[in-house]
Design a protein around this ligand. Structure first.
Ligand code: CTP
Ligand code: CA
Length: 247
């Protein structure tokens, strides 16, 4: 593995990383969630710390086996969060003390408006499926961009599904890649981040895997870099782009 591609080049840099996926309660025992394992964000936190950064990792529902990579690592402080509201409060609190913010977490877009304070029971409404009323969550990344401190670099992530996927070769792969970039550019324009890391996900790609592929767009929508390989290797390349952006 690529331990510390560039040791010390992030010395003293304060980095806020969010990782994992937020969950929104339905009732005391159930939630709405997503498939993000947190592996890519944890790899970013580990790589940044190995390069000298002081990292705060906001860990949204990440399995302890994944967090083990950073649990005892010097330079990483892990702060657990559950819901989007918790992530937002923690991110807003920590961002003013960070020169770089990397929003790798998969944030639930909606939360349940009518959270039940008791477990939903079938016997209470036999034969009737419950209806969940959803409300949109605040966009944490947009909030951070709007409150950006001078010189701060803010990185967004975009996991996109594209028809056909981007594996393989030929016309379909080229079309899928350009759709991925186009979606990324539109998202970047909406959010105003300094860098946007775009990756293709699907039923069998992107989640719970060790490898990843990222296309990194700069604020103008140009391809700043491209990274393929282990999540650690991809993390190193992304941090190179952040370092270059900070200059
Ligand atoms: N994000 C956020 N707060 C939200 C939703 C997303 O901070 N409520 C952040 C994510 O952490 C990520 C970036 O925004 O860094 C892009 O997330 P994504 O889900 O791809 O974008 P959305 O604007 O939610 O668009 P989509 O409809 O494609 O989900
Ligand atoms: Ca979303």
């Amino acid at each position: 593995a690529a331990e510390s591609a560039a040791p010390g080049d992030l010395d003293g840099l304060r980095v806020l990383v969010t990782a994992g996926g937020t969950r929104e309660p339905i009732d005391p025992v159930r939630y709405l969630g997503n498939r993000s394992s947190g592996r890519q964000g944890v790899a970013i936190a580990a790589a940044a710390a190995d390069r000298g950064a002081k990292v705060v990792l906001l860990a949204a529902n990440i399995d302890e086996s994944v967090l083990a990579e950073v649990r005892d690592r010097a330079g990483v402080r892990v702060v657990p969060v559950g819901t989007t509201a918790e992530l937002e409060a923690a991110a807003n609190g920590a961002s003013s003390g960070a020169e770089a913010v990397i929003m790798a977490a998969a944030v639930a877009d909606y939360r349940v408006a009518n959270v039940a304070d008791q477990k939903l029971r079938k016997e209470d409404s036999p034969g009737e499926a419950p209806v969940l009323e959803l409300v949109e969550n605040p966009d944490v990344l947009v909030g951070l961009v709007q409150g950006r401190r001078e010189g701060q670099v803010i990185v967004g992530f975009a996991a996109e599904t594209v028809a056909g996927g981007v594996e393989g070769e030929g016309l379909d792969a080229a079309a899928a890649r350009s759709e991925l970039l186009e979606r990324g550019r539109r998202k970047l324009a909406r959010k105003g981040a300094d860098l946007l890391a775009v990756n293709a996900v699907g039923w069998n790609a992107g989640f719970e895997t060790d490898d990843n592929s990222l296309l990194v767009l700069d604020a103008d929508g140009h391809l700043a870099c491209e990274a393929h390989g282990s999540k650690r290797d991809v993390a190193e390349r992304l941090l190179d782009a952040v370092r270059d952006e900070l200059r």
